[in-house]
Design a protein around this ligand. Structure first.
Ligand code: ZN
Length: 414
């Protein structure tokens, strides 16, 4: 497997939840010399490389090299969350004298793919003192078994979201939260809140005669988190600022204190301008001079379902990053944004594919139009091609990892 595909696998395996994505990214940023800032403290006037964390979201940046507080930014966006099964508040549902964990879907997972999988439980515990504890059982602890085919001969339809997704975790009824807290070194009596979810424990890895593919959970959209992070860390400092914005909650509409519809990105940008000695005028000039490449994974043309794809816009696995265009603004891309990203791909000598959804199928959306509307920044929606989006195990070409990193790095550079 190529070095960058192997690095992507390590990134994904270290990041079972959005909170872990942020922690994994923060550790890499620290290694690269980025300093963590607190939203509650005053920010330094000095130019440099910084990042902030808001729950499952993270923004990291390198301040502009010249041009003062009104200098524009090159921004790469992405999202940290992926569809999965999450714990209900009252989740200890003993049935048939077994320890059963009550789960419900987050976002739009392909439900059948979550059955018969060895799942860990990960996320964060919050104690009475307000402290957050990142946790991961780190091994298979839950499994949602299928119904035997002999009891379901007609095999009709997807599992029922309320009745068929609870997981088995103990041979006898037991309380799950105290067990997880104890395993994680947290006092069970102090835990008063939690955000916990399932994640596949099978390591990510290569598939194919020549390790052609990467099979992994959460490629949508951790492949973008990985590529954007790598691009930011490796990009040469430029006259303009360089910024990476990774948002939580894309899979459920982005409306939260830290989603793409929140003030997170605009607040960070405004504070960067203020710290550099600018005011509202400089902030608006900075926005007008900035461009955002919003990254989210794209649908490669499925060899078994070619008829589901727009025939003039075939997307090839291994064919390079994808420009996403939708006339009804499910994607933010327009001609100007296209030019900015296409020019970066040319500079990086990376091929660019252009995706258009079939006009007779409803098109999914992403954070691009939302953050564009929130900030007023020119935005282009891009991604890397993959198959099986929202499956518990997704698939992309190993070659696309490096092409995606190179395109985003060129976009951030000059
Ligand atoms: Zn996505």
């Amino acid at each position: 497997m190529s070095p960058s595909a192997a690095d992507l696998c390590r990134f994904v395996d270290a990041s079972p939840t959005p909170f872990h994505v942020v922690a994994t990214a923060a550790a890499e940023l620290e290694r690269a010399g980025f300093a963590r800032l607190s939203e509650e403290q005053a920010w330094p006037r000095e130019a440099g490389a910084y990042y902030v964390v808001r729950g499952g979201s993270l923004v990291a940046w390198r301040t502009p090299g010249e041009g003062g507080p009104s200098a524009g930014f090159r921004v790469v966006g992405g999202h940290t969350d992926s569809p999965n099964l999450r714990l209900k508040q009252h989740h200890d549902a003993s049935r048939q004298d077994l320890g059963v964990l009550a789960l419900e879907p987050y976002g739009g997972p392909i439900l059948s793919t979550w059955l018969d999988r060895d799942l860990t439980i990960a996320g964060r515990l919050v104690t009475r003192d307000g402290a957050e504890h990142l946790v991961d059982a780190g091994r298979p602890v839950v499994r949602v078994p299928n119904l035997a085919i002999h009891l379901d001969r007609d095999q009709a339809g997807a599992p029922d979201r309320q009745r068929h997704l609870d997981g088995l975790w103990s041979i006898e009824p037991a309380a799950f939260l105290p067990w997880l807290a104890t395993e994680s070194g947290v006092d069970p009596a102090a835990v008063v809140g939690f955000d916990l979810m399932t994640a596949d424990t099978l390591p990510s890895g290569p598939v194919g005669a020549h390790d052609d593919f990467v099979a992994a959970p959460r490629l949508d959209n951790q492949a973008t988190c990985f590529a954007g992070l790598r691009a930011l860390v490796e990009a040469e400092p430029a006259a303009h600022g360089q910024l990476l914005a990774l948002f939580d909650h894309e899979e459920v509409g982005s409306t939260s204190e830290r989603g793409a519809q929140s003030d997170l990105l605009s607040t960070v940008l405004e504070r960067i301008v203020l710290a550099a000695g600018g005011g509202r005028e400089e902030y608006h000039r900075m926005i007008a001079a900035s461009v955002c490449a919003s990254g989210d994974m794209a649908h490669a043309t499925h060899p078994n379902h070619v008829e589901r794809h727009e025939p003039l816009h075939r997307i090839t696995l291994g064919g390079g990053p994808v420009l996403k265009v939708n006339q009804n603004l499910r994607y933010a891309t327009d001609g100007r944004g296209t030019a900015a990203f296409a020019e970066a791909c040319e500079r990086a000598e990376v091929p660019l594919q252009r995706y258009v959804h079939r006009a007779d199928l409803p098109c999914g959306s992403t954070i691009g139009p939302l953050s564009a509307a929130r900030t007023g920044m020119l935005t282009v929606d891009v991604g890397a091609p993959q198959l099986a989006m929202h499956s518990a195990r997704e698939l992309m070409a190993a070659a696309d990892v490096d092409l995606y990193v190179r395109a985003l790095e060129a976009f951030l550079g000059e």
